[in-house]
Write a protein that binds this ligand. Sequence first.
Ligand code: SIN
Ligand code: FE2
Length: 217
Amino acid sequence: MTMNLFEGIEQDRTWREELCPGALVLRGFALENLAHILTALSAITAQAPFRQMLTPGGFRMSVAMTNCGACGWLSDRTGYRYAGLDSETGQPWPRMPEVFLALAQEAAASAGFQNFVPDACLINRYQPGARLSLHQDKNERDFDQPIVSVSLGMPAVFLFGGVRREDKPTRVPLTHGDVAVWGGPARLRYHGVMPLKEGCHPLLGGQRINLTFRKAA
Ligand code: SIN
Ligand code: FE2
């Protein structure tokens, strides 16, 4: 007699954790197409290398960034903004790969946000010690569109706060393949990332990569 040990176990490819109305984490959602995602990522960073941008206050960010898609997020002494050209190379940002777009759209739909068409993908690289202080994503035109945030490589502690900077954030561990989505009533929640710990991920080494998809224009 054979027995199906997995009988009755949910066939969904991930499980989900709600952070608050409008925000959730889809555990492992990005694992399915991972090889394609990593190949596309290498091509992007070869064309538009990671760089540590300056904040408007003149500090060098600890997180290194690049972009793909029609709009790229930039910071320098004049402020934060989206731009079609990479300020380092003078060239348009690399195109958003189909596999990135599909991942972002599927994650958004799975979180209840249909018809998400991101035109911006900010790519963050955290090395040990790199952190992102609490902030809101509000350089986008339309706050009805959600944010889709994909974690790859080393684990990190994501800080998910309230709509006021003083609201105490909850600590959400994010690991390789997790996708966080926030929109609707959660769209303007403060969020950030605790300093990355030392370590070594089998595929990505001692770093964490985050892809943040947004509809900017
Ligand atoms: C961001 O807020 O832009 C990035 C968040 C993350 O790295 O998880
Ligand atoms: Fe953000």
